[in-house]
Design a protein around this ligand. Structure first.
Ligand code: 3UK
Length: 542
């Protein structure tokens, strides 16, 4: 068989090359900034870790957890020992995929970095996935080996039993015989990074897609550095003395970037904590003196109601992504903390954030502008680039972009070199991008186009409302009607009078035809592990 691998690739196992989409289906990649001029050969972990140790950061704290503090030097030695285990004990070859399973903790982070440093391909998976879902991923990415946290052993073992493709698992955070820590004990603390190409795949991230087969998005060593050199430099403007904290799992690229790669790129500190609640995150911000926080809008909304009991004087910058940030949530966060939220839209396909704004550049209600390094435009219904004021499909391009692992849906995401994220957006005359809805979430009622999030924002401004999701449900007369699912604040009773009051409240703040004709009170809303509302579950209740 003729290998598809690029000449000079470090991959002995050419699976990734064999299953990348053909070049002509890739989005256009642009490297317009001086900081995006990477050499042809590049191992991103060598840049993020070995280089930081060699340039004065060896004794700085890289990672903190509830009970551990790891310096960059300690992280390097740990990563190196794991890399030896991968190659010598597990007999992995460069280019092999390695499944990674763990909540946010230092060993999970070290394992991801070790896989990449050893020239293999990391496939981090969300902690809550079950054996069945792990099997789908393992078969799709042909994964034979896994590193898994001991406390996730149950589903991992079931997945191994049911999927012959999965041949070996080594458990970490586990002191027993045969555990990763035991295997590492005899290994040297030095390991030379495998000399990969900048375009060798190092990460396959599966989308948290709501329907159908999950999609594997393939990312290069270069992409990992590119996201560190875009949003954090231009917009977040973090510094080496910053302390990063937040909720997104390392298996979600929002978390991998925000809670590991971004701090490492500048020699800052990452606080990795498992199982956070709005309350425990606030407490942790105080305990660790965190300065930069990454989480989803719904978390900020809940935290804003609890800030009275905390100091939060260390906190300087807060980043919201994963879902649209309602203007009402931005405002309650500002009132509670004095901080101007940095909203940013990112996507697993793009690896991280590509439209955002911070500080004085923020326009409440808009996501922001394409960050330096990225371009964005709106496509109208005829597939032409639309001018300001037109709602259409958001299209972006930059140094990163969509390459699905063996998937026909590549053609849906990439169009004329642009990445189509599946979002309906509008650009204003100043070049700000305003989120309207997911393209398939637009509600069409009696001929009107209604964006659910706009109605949600109006409902959320009512003092009795804690959370809200708005969807279109089938209606004989109007095609669809607007329905709001509402979680009330703890002390509020769900009455018929309140339903009417909320409807009138919305009619008074946005065009009356958008008001929710149906309202259902809920005790909670269905969400993914990444904090996204699962609107499809509300559209077709079980
Ligand atoms: C939605 C937003 C409005 C939007 C992600 C930051 O969410 C991430 O990746 P996913 O693949 O989902 C992508 C989709 O989520 N979305 C995300 N952020 C915003 N919508 N405003 C926002 N600020 O529909 C997008 O297409 O799960 C976010 C960094 C890395 C990520 N992977």
């Amino acid at each position: 068989m003729i290998s598809n691998a690029r000449p000079g690739s470090a991959h002995l196992d050419t699976f990734a090359y064999d299953h990348l989409p053909p070049r002509e289906l890739w989005p256009e990649l642009i490297f317009s900034l001086p900081e995006l001029q990477y050499p042809e050969r590049l191992n991103c972990v060598a840049e993020l870790l070995d280089k930081m140790c060699a340039t004065g950061f060896a004794d700085k704290i890289a990672i903190r957890s509830q009970n551990e503090s790891w310096t960059y030097a300690h992280l390097l030695a740990t990563v190196n020992r794991i890399a030896h285990v991968l190659l010598e004990d597990m007999h992995l070859q460069t280019g092999n995929r390695v499944m990674l399973r763990g909540a946010n903790n230092p060993m999970m982070a070290a394992s991801v970095l070790a896989v990449i440093k050893a020239g293999c391909i990391a496939v981090p998976t969300m902690p809550l996935l079950r054996a069945k879902e792990l099997g789908v991923i393992a078969n799709k990415a042909e994964i034979a080996a896994a590193l898994c946290s001991e406390n996730l052993r149950e589903e991992m073992d079931l997945a191994v039993q049911a999927n012959p493709v999965l041949k070996q698992v080594v458990y970490f955070n586990h002191q027993g015989e045969g555990g990763l820590e035991a295997c590492m004990a005899g290994k040297p603390a030095e390991f030379a990074p495998v000399d990969t190409l900048a375009e060798d795949v190092c990460l396959i991230s599966f989308t948290s897609g709501t329907t159908g087969m999950p999609k594997g998005t393939m990312h290069f060593h270069r992409d990992v550095l590119a996201i560190c050199d875009c949003f954090p430099r231009s917009t977040l403007r973090a510094r080496p003395d910053d302390i990063f904290i937040g909720t997104p799992p390392l298996a979600f690229t929002f978390g991998l970037g925000g809670l590991l790669l971004f701090p490492m790129r500048i020699g800052a500190t990452a606080v990795l904590l498992e199982k956070l609640t709005p309350e425990s995150l606030l407490k942790a911000i105080d305990d660790f003196g965190a300065t930069v926080c990454f989480t989803a809008p719904t978390f900020y909304r809940q935290m804003a109601m609890l800030t009275k009991n905390f100091k939060l004087d260390s906190l300087k910058k807060t980043v919201s992504a994963g879902e649209a940030l309602p203007a009402a949530t931005r405002e309650s966060w500002r009132q509670a903390t004095g901080l101007v939220m940095i909203d940013g839209i990112g996507a697993t396909e793009m690896l991280h954030i590509f439209i955002s704004a911070a500080g004085d550049e923020v326009r409440a209600g808009a996501t922001g502008k394409p960050i330096p390094g990225y371009q964005a435009c709106i496509f109208d219904d005829n597939g032409n680039v639309a001018g300001p004021g037109v709602v259409g499909r958001l299209a972006v391009k930059g140094p990163t972009g969509c390459r699905y692992l063996a998937d026909d849906r590549q053609k849906n995401y990439v169009h004329q070199g642009w990445n189509l994220t599946g979002d309906a957006y509008e650009m204003d005359a100043d070049g700000y991008f305003w989120y309207r809805a997911r393209t398939d979430d637009m509600i069409i009622s009696a001929g009107y186009n209604i964006a659910g999030p706009e109605v949600e924002d109006a409902v959320l401004k009512h003092a009795a409302v804690a959370e809200c999701a708005v969807v279109g449900i089938a209606d004989e007369e109007r095609g669809q009607i607007v329905k709001a699912y509402i979680v009330l604040k703890p002390e509020v009773a769900a009455t018929e009078a309140l339903r009417k009051e909320i409807q009138d409240f919305v009619k008074n703040s946005i065009a009356p035809y958008k008001y929710p004709r149906a309202i259902e009170f809920m005790s909670s809303l269905p969400r993914t592990e990444t904090g996204k509302l699962q609107r499809y579950k509300l559209r077709t209740p079980a």
